[in-house]
Design a binder for this molecule. Sequence first.
Ligand code: 5AD
Ligand code: FES
Length: 352
Amino acid sequence: MKTSDISDNMVKTLADTGNLSDRELISLLLTNEYDDELKAAADRVRRERYGDEVYIRGLIEFTNYCKNNCYYCGIRRDNKNALRYRLEKEDILECCKEGYSLGFRTFVLQGGEDPYYTDALMCEIVSSIRENFPDCAITLSIGEKTRKAYEDFYRAGANRYLLRHETASPSHYAKLHPDSMSLENRKRCLFDLKDIGYQVGSGFMVGSPFQTTENLVEDIRFLQTLMPDMIGIGPYINHKQTPFASYENGSFELTLRLISILRLIFPYALIPATTALGTIHPSGREKGLEAGANVVMPNLSPVKVRRLYELYENKICTGEEAAQCRGCLERRVASAGYRIVTSVGNVKRQQV
Ligand code: 5AD
Ligand code: FES
């Protein structure tokens, strides 16, 4: 329903100004009426900045132990059915070596918040990767740490950090996480990381339990204050061994709509077509690229542990070798009309 203070030309206004009012964003999020227009505008903006380039990041899921207990996550501490694993430094370096030969120039070390990897051990792992692969970007995605730890990792050679804020509403945050976690500390981490000099990635799940359309607007507003280099979003996907076992998955269409909206608000951003998107729809990642995403993150973890990093059910790519995933993605990206490039793939804050 269009009302007088909602412009008839929301997509054009969004593309031209990079912003809309809260009411306009809400009405855009609630309808599929403008999806084609949004997608076309997002693709145009993305091509202006990044051409047809898609950057690849080699994801190494090095531990599924986690001290936290997020209600949505399959590797939460209280999931006693999860088979736990850790990769040693040598295993991680082996993954990087294989990844390097496949053309990866960014390694993403992702894991649960696992106290086994002390700050000192993480520094040691990062320094070894830095020494062996001086021309690569090292991205960490290991959760909330002290400012001092973030500074030490940075000095050891890490240059990017992924930490989704998950939801920018404190009351919604409290419905997704136990009391031991707070949105306030999450934000503190993100601003510390940025201040230290990391390229920072944040983001949220689409359709997580109790999420409202207003919450999504709050997420966008938060991102506009953080101005992260990378923005990762994906649909919430159910995991039976969590307190959210009975909740429905997030919407595929809404996720695509949000990717387009984010591309228009943040033309410079590195936005992945996520594994979760590929999990709820067979051509999810291709559609994500068409909607404005420009990054894919294939798995470099050893095949024997892949199935175990089960944040949500039916996760794709758990049976393939790194080389297979690389080839598969090459074809998928090409079929969407884009091209994988093997550069480090830094953010382009300015239009070229
Ligand atoms: N469904 C979708 N995404 C999830 N994540 C964690 N659990 C789920 C789930 N059940 C996402 C979170 C986290 C990222 C690594 O994975 O947003 O930050
Ligand atoms: Fe992993 Fe297709 S991307 S098998």
